[in-house]
Design a protein around this ligand. Structure first.
Ligand code: V0V
Ligand code: CO
Length: 146
């Protein structure tokens, strides 16, 4: 069951400048940063609020580490902006299978590694009314890398 908005992914050209905009404008602080080479991103997670399922909602600011990455290609075509939304679930495997059975393309056969040790997969935007949609299961709090 999808129980929260886990994050909104925002593509940017310059992570440090974008982090500074969110800090100076809204007072949001960086909770976590990492490079995910598989996904081709350097990212910052800004925690916005905790959620009733024991998780939290974040903004995920994403700078590409290479031009041919998903975010690099998207930025070249669209410029900066909202790139994806992510729903949180305790069971990314079961939920993605159930959604695949409804005829929506799930991009990975098995969930891959996401931010802070999470497990993630994506649904094709063309099957989701134009929205690239991610499903996330967070690592247990004790194992969360941050
Ligand atoms: C592409 N399209 C999008 C889109 N990206 N539509 C809405 N939102 C997006 N973000 C549209 C695009 O305009 C095209 O439509 C069509 O899909 C095919 O796009 P393309 O430019 O030819 O690109 P593809 O097909 O090579 O790649 C698109 C997909 C790719 C979605 C397959 O971006 C992908 O695999 N994304 C999943 C991985 C990812 O996004 N990683 C970065 C975040 P028209 O023009 O033909 O109509 S990593 C992350 O979130 C992490 C680590 C985390 O949360 O922990
Ligand atoms: Co994401």
């Amino acid at each position: 069951m999808l129980t929260r908005i886990d994050h909104i992914g925002i593509a940017c050209f310059d992570l440090d400048r974008t982090v500074e905009f969110y800090r100076a404008t809204y007072g949001f602080e960086v909770f976590h940063t990492e490079v995910n080479e598989e996904q081709g991103v350097r990212e910052a997670m800004l925690k916005i609020n905790e959620t009733s399922d024991g998780g939290a909602s974040y903004l995920q600011l994403l700078e590409p580490t290479r031009e041919d990455s998903a975010v690099g290609k998207w930025l070249a075509k669209n410029g900066e902006g909202v790139h994806h939304i992510a729903f949180g679930t305790a069971d990314v495997d079961g939920d993605s299978e159930g959604i695949r059975d409804k005829g929506v393309r799930v991009l990975y056969d098995e969930p891959r590694r996401g931010s802070m040790g999470s497990r993630i997969t994506f649904l094709h935007p063309k099957d989701c009314h134009g929205v690239l949609t991610e499903l996330v299961t967070s690592a247990p709090p004790a194992d969360q890398e941050h």
